[in-house]
Design a protein around this ligand. Structure first.
Ligand code: URA
Ligand code: ZN
Length: 384
């Protein structure tokens, strides 16, 4: 006698692409962000990606894994990922003048729609396509809000784009900028998910001058940037005014879960801020979604617990809900970043995230299945 357990899909919500049109834009540039060709002593040439100002060495190798959809599908197959929600990698359109950002946003959103729409159906899940996407908005300094709103409307008409990816700068002044109010309003109304992703890190001087490769900016700079951006957004009351806004935070929200009680305490003791928010600052963690790109099971368990207690900090009162925590954490890979240094069949970065999800002590098998894929399908309103 055997009970057939129906397999549930594995869904990657954090996976990137540089579409060919975007890579061409980077190749045409002479300062970061750019793609440059380097020729070694033997005359072999290779392309390198230089995206951060003052990046150590001459950036990172870049190749078809960044733009070729076949490589994305190959990677998914290798790690048994059924569905990917692909987003443009940093730094998006941040560095462009407003006109160019607007033109490119529209063209890239159409490109991404085509990339997704023509992707194969998923074996065993006939209602799903293997790739969906997050679109781009022309979020640049001096960029007119009307063109951002216009692009939100464009994305709404593209059936395989279910959200937008954005950095932490907004139109130059961060995500707590009053100028973004109509943007949050339009995104909330359109029901798009906002994937918030870092790029700039923190002041590089903090990292000293030892040859530590990309470790400090990636391991610390990225998550601190996200932590600061979201804390500012919470302090500006954005989540009070747009309670249905769905924000997905990269890298499990950085240090936000770890610091949330400290943030709440600082708010409560600050005469300027104490009365501003409707709820204790910890409540807002329960309004957010967190990717599971944390590489460790204890960290994921901790994130889940801080989400699970969020309702207890509602000004209306509420109780601890362990399951609630695991409904807001979603598997991701960060592909094609963090490839194995030595040639190998599977990617350690991916295996670590998968096994972390499978070993969180407080998560049942159904909680694991939720984090691995079902939460994403729910967030993006997909049936399987
Ligand atoms: N490095 C980046 O520049 N972006 C990512 O998303 C991951 C690593
Ligand atoms: Zn990423």
């Amino acid at each position: 006698l055997s009970t057939k357990i129906s397999p549930t899909p594995i869904v990657d919500v954090h996976t990137h692409v540089y579409l060919p049109r975007y890579a061409a834009e980077l190749r045409a540039r002479s300062s970061a962000p750019r793609i440059l060709t380097r020729t070694d002593a033997e005359g072999r040439s290779e392309e390198r990606l230089l995206i951060l100002d003052g990046e150590p060495g001459s950036g990172r190798p870049v190749g078809p894994q960044y733009w070729d959809r076949t490589e994305k599908l190959e990677f998914m197959k290798r790690h048994q990922i059924n569905v990917s929600f692909v987003s443009s990698a940093n730094p998006w359109l941040d560095f462009l003048p407003p006109d160019r950002a607007q033109t490119l946003a529209h063209a890239l959103n159409n490109d991404l729609e085509e990339y997704c729409a023509s992707s194969p159906e998923v074996d065993g899940f006939p209602n799903l396509r293997s790739i969906y996407g997050f679109g781009l908005l022309p979020l640049v300094p001096e960029g007119p809000i009307s063109s951002i709103i216009h692009t939100i409307e464009q994305i709404q008409t593209l059936p395989h784009l279910s959200g937008v990816i954005m950095g932490t700068k907004g139109i130059g002044n961060g995500l707590d900028d009053e100028a973004l109010e109509p943007v949050w309003k339009a995104i909330e109304k359109a029901g798009l998910v906002v994937f918030i992703h870092p790029h700039y890190g923190v002041d590089g001087k903090a990292f000293g001058d030892k040859p530590n490769g990309h470790v400090l900016p990636l391991a610390l700079g990225f998550p601190f940037e996200t932590t600061i951006a979201i804390t500012r957004l919470i302090l500006a009351g954005v989540l009070d005014r747009y309670p249905d806004l769905r924000l997905l935070l990269a890298h499990s929200g950085g240090a936000l879960p770890q610091l949330s009680s400290r943030i709440a305490s600082c708010v409560a003791h600050d005469p300027v801020v104490a009365k501003r928010l409707k709820h204790d600052a910890r409540y807002y963690l329960g309004k957010l979604y967190f990717d599971a790109v944390a590489y460790g099971s204890e960290e994921l368990g901790f994130v889940s617990e801080t989400i699970g207690r969020a309702e207890t900090y509602s000004s209306a009162g509420g109780s601890y809900n362990a399951d609630f925590g695991s409904t807001r954490v979603l598997f991701g890979t960060d592909h094609p970043f963090f490839p194995p240094l030595e040639k190998s069949q599977t990617w350690r970065s991916v295996e670590d995230n998968l096994s972390a999800i499978r070993s969180v002590r407080s998560w049942s098998e159904s909680a694991q299945a939720a984090v691995l894929g079902l939460n994403a399908l729910k967030l993006f309103n997909l049936k399987y």
